[in-house]
Design a protein around this ligand. Structure first.
Ligand SMILES: Cc1cc2nc3c(=O)[nH]c(=O)nc-3n(C[C@H](O)[C@H](O)[C@H](O)COP(=O)(O)OP(=O)(O)OC[C@H]3O[C@@H](n4cnc5c(N)ncnc54)[C@H](O)[C@@H]3O)c2cc1C
Length: 507
């Protein structure tokens, strides 16, 4: 039995009647699509001593967590790696890569398996078999340098465990993506992940000070001192390399002292443009909150409907023409002063108090469970993201919305801005539609339309989900043909047999 859903099934709350009624009103009704009771996998073709080849283990490492992955799992039949190997340390990883290179076995590094872009799909490339390289046994905090505020982790440590180990010393990483409970330090580094407080704490790539990587050609140890001018920064070739160049076996990160105070507060703006202007003003004045998140009118409308907001609350908001909900969060020792500084450069923010902000913070890891309930109800639910410069952010927002609405008639398309930079911000879209009889074809057409709209508007194909298989075709538009050749040359040097994660990242 493999559970075809997110995390801990006992945390699933199910869709309340008012949410089901809302769904039927908004996107129409259709047949329920419950998940198959069990998942079958094809027979293993592997001949590798030490690999687990029983079906249940292979099924557990067969997919990541994308909509397509969930559709496949729920159908009851998935392709799976031919075996799963769980090395104990970096030396084991290095030996395994040498062995697989000489035997011609593809290797998929597997962290938490939360990839939403097909990053851990068991593709064989030109080889006859593929293994999942399970990194969960590399789960140690190796070093903490409290004087320099750094910590060195093995890659298989999951988000909550990393925080627990650091918190015990009064420290925090401050990296809280929505997948935090299951994603790993190695996965964060391999995908250039971004947490929900990245505006304050920085993206994961900004937190990485050093990495150790095992490649089929040998070990790379990168990142000395506090900063360096010793040639191009090779860490940047590893961070974001999605397992195609090597396996990250150590990550040294910048850490901070645990904040004394956290204040999350809800606000409303009268329009998306007004809210975006507020975010830009705060960020460019250097007074942005650590968490800054602004929903567009559709996302706000849906949040209000699903949260069961009362008539009085809605009337209050309507009277103030409040259409876009925002959460701002300040953390640290000078929260009151920082809040004042942030709001001093903002026009039109209507505070609705800390309870709305706290509610968001409290429920921020529950969204993925809702996705499973929506899938049961036969709903297409997909998220995609990009980042754009401030001068084109609203244009990108409009074109991606139109592309998704065109590809998925009747769907609800929502978006929020988060992750601020002086030059721009990310846009995160969620789409809910009625599943067609060909959900994979339906998704493929919609994803293509949205991705074309993203690159067509000059924005990036991914701000934090990474490329995987799903966005690989847009990499040439992103970095140009010569850029793709650079990636291919690096791969040919570090992974001459081409065993590492075939079919991901590089077109
Ligand atoms: C519900 C949900 C919410 C999400 N929210 C966010 C979010 O807020 N922010 C965000 O950034 N992402 C988010 N993601 C995407 C995903 O969680 C991130 O990409 C995360 O960094 C992946 O970590 P992981 O350990 O699960 O990696 P995996 O999914 O196991 O792997 C991801 C990729 O990295 C490679 N890889 C993994 N470990 C290593 C290693 N040690 N060495 C080399 N390569 C490796 C894999 O081969 C694969 O290509 C979300 C995903 C889900 C399902």
């Amino acid at each position: 039995m493999v559970y075809a859903g997110w995390g801990d099934p006992t945390r699933r709350a199910g869709l309340p009647p008012h949410a089901l009624a809302w769904l039927h009103r908004e996107i129409g009704s259709g047949p329920a699509r419950p998940a198959a009771a069990s998942v079958s996998v094809p027979p293993s073709r592997l001949d590798l001593p030490g690999a687990h080849t029983d079906d249940e283990v292979r099924a557990r490492f067969a997919t990541g967590s994308s909509y397509l992955d969930l559709l496949a799992l729920r159908s009851g039949s998935v392709d799976a790696p031919d075996g799963v190997v769980s090395p104990a340390d970096a030396a084991d990883v290095a030996a395994l890569l040498r062995d697989c290179s000489s035997r011609g076995i593809a290797v998929v590094p597997y962290g938490g398996g939360t990839s939403v872009v097909g990053g851990v799909s068991p593709l064989r490339g030109s080889f006859s078999s593929v293994i999942a390289l399970d990194l969960s046994r590399l789960d140690q905090l190796l070093d903490v340098d409290e004087e320099s505020l750094t910590a060195t982790f093995q890659p298989g440590v999951r988000g909550p465990e990393a925080e627990r180990l650091l918190n015990a010393r009064g420290l925090t990483l401050g990296h809280f993506p929505q997948s935090y409970e299951y994603a790993t330090i190695g996965g964060f580094a391999a995908t250039r992940s971004s947490g929900q407080a990245s505006t304050g704490y920085g993206r994961f790539d900004e937190l990485v000070l050093g990495v150790v990587v095992q490649t089929p050609a040998g070990e790379l140890r990168l990142g000395r001192g506090a900063a360096s001018a010793a040639g191009p920064d090779l860490r940047a070739l590893v961070v974001g390399s999605e397992g195609v160049f090597g396996v990250i076996t150590e990550v040294t990160v910048r850490v901070r002292r645990v904040p004394e105070v956290k204040r999350y507060e809800g606000f409303f703006f009268r329009s998306f443009a007004e809210g975006v202007a507020a975010l830009r003003a705060m960020e460019q004045a250097g007074v942005a909150p650590d968490v800054a998140r602004l929903s567009d009118p559709d996302e706000t409308r849906v949040q209000l409907a699903l949260s069961g907001a009362s008539r009085t609350q809605r009337a209050y908001l309507r009277a103030r023409r409040a259409s876009c909900f925002a959460v701002f969060g300040w953390e640290g020792t000078t929260v009151t002063a920082r809040r004042k500084a942030s709001l001093s450069v903002v026009e039109g923010a209507l505070s609705v108090g800390t309870s709305a902000g706290e509610k968001w913070a409290h429920g921020r890891y529950d969204g993925p469970y809702l996705r499973d309930d929506l899938l049961d109800a036969g709903v297409l639910v997909e998220t995609l993201e990009t980042s754009a410069r401030w001068s084109s952010l609203l244009r990108t927002h409009g074109s991606v919305r139109s592309a998704l609405a065109g590809a998925l008639p009747g769907a609800v398309v929502m978006c929020h801005v988060s992750h601020l930079y002086p030059q721009g911000a990310s846009l995160y879209f969620t789409v809910l539609g009625r599943q067609s009889d060909d959900p994979v074809g339906q998704w493929t057409a919609a994803k293509r339309a949205a991705s074309d709209a993203i690159v067509g508007s000059g924005a990036t194909i991914t701000h934090h989900h990474a490329v995987g298989t799903d966005l690989r075709d847009w990499m040439t538009a992103e970095i140009g043909p010569l850029g793709v050749e650079v990636l291919r040359s690096v791969k040919a040097l570090l992974d001459p047999a081409g065993i590492l994660n075939p079919g991901k990242l590089i077109p």
